[in-house]
Design a protein around this ligand. Structure first.
Ligand code: C2E
Ligand code: MG
Ligand code: MG
Ligand code: MG
Length: 281
């Protein structure tokens, strides 16, 4: 009897797993057509200089509006794209879209695009970025690329060579989600980043948690002495802004300033920002 129950339980899990796998596979298939069907778009979230309160740049964030399932967040479909060998196409779409959109902005405003570690494996990332900059006409100095520590885990010569080549072109390189990966500090020696983005998990409690403040302060000092700008992600309230500015953090991003918005809405946001982002956040 116990045995039978055991088997039943096993079967229950098996079918639940099957269902989840089936959904993943269906979603992956649908993602293949989503690009051509125009279901993917790019939204933009401002990064704000904390001392002047001016917008320095926008981060490009991909969105998938599924015809039946509605909005599917990138944390769900980017891994599918990586598994299904679609990340190259999606990455290229986001990059082209972001560069094209940024061309219409004031020239001091840059655009930041996230890269998956897998985009480096093709061996053609540098050529792709250079070609898209050429095709869209965006100066390389207005493009920033965000990478995560996962990329540097690969520690291949190819990765470092590609990063150096991009930088020589004038593209800036930012280390995203800093503090969430492994042995972060050694990575700061292996490559001269232009910017460190402190992960939002440290920012969330910064106004109330002295330990979070201590960590942020240390990262700001470290970044500053290595000549890197430091950005705080996930700022949701005024108290965090004041504190981050006081410890010398250069830049901030978060719902307090603005949620990610459509490309068409960026000029409106920039106008509003000129009147003071702090009050309109
Ligand atoms: P990320 O690069 O760290 O982007 C920041 C994420 O934090 C975005 O989520 C943004 O909407 C969210 N965020 C911004 N401010 C706040 C805040 O004040 N509070 C909270 N709770 N969240 C905030 P999103 O757009 O869902 O993207 C999630 C992740 O998906 C990104 O994290 C990035 O790793 C990845 N991703 C997004 N777009 C792309 C893309 O085009 N290519 C690649 N490879 N990855 C992307
Ligand atoms: Mg990012
Ligand atoms: Mg991040
Ligand atoms: Mg993040």
């Amino acid at each position: 009897r116990a045995k039978a129950e055991g088997r039943g339980t096993y079967r229950y899990f098996e079918t639940e797993m099957d269902a989840r796998l089936r959904k993943r596979r269906a979603l992956e298939l649908e993602l293949r057509t989503a690009i051509d069907d125009g279901q993917l778009s790019v939204h933009y979230q401002p990064l704000v200089d904390l001392s002047t309160r001016t917008v320095t740049s926008f981060e490009a964030l991909v969105r998938w509006q599924h015809p039946e399932r509605g909005a599917i967040p990138p944390v769900e479909f980017i891994p599918l794209a990586e598994e299904g060998n679609l990340i190259g196409r999606i990455g290229e779409f986001v990059l082209r879209e972001a560069c094209r959109t940024a061309l219409a902005w004031p020239e001091e405003v840059r655009v930041a695009v996230n890269l998956s570690p897998l985009q480096f494996r093709s061996g053609t990332l540098f050529q792709t970025v250079r070609r898209i900059l050429f095709e869209t006409g965006l100066p390389a100095t207005r493009l920033e690329l965000e990478i995560t520590e996962a990329l540097l885990l690969e520690r291949t010569d190819n990765v470092l060579a590609t990063l150096h080549a991009l930088r020589a072109l004038g593209v800036r390189i930012a280390m995203d989600d800093f503090g969430t990966g492994y042995s972060s500090l050694s990575y700061l020696r292996s490559f001269p980043f232009d910017k460190i983005k402190i992960d939002q998990s440290f920012i969330r409690d910064v106004a109330s948690d002295p330990e979070a403040v201590a960590i942020v302060r240390a990262i700001v000092t470290l970044g500053g002495s290595l000549g890197m700008r430091v950005t705080a992600e996930g700022i949701e309230d005024e108290a965090a802004v004041g504190l981050l500015d006081a410890v010398g953090c250069n830049e901030g991003q978060g719902y307090f300033f603005s949620r990610p918005c459509r490309g068409e809405d960026v000029p409106v946001l920039l106008n509003r920002a000129r009147e003071g982002l702090a009050r309109t956040g």
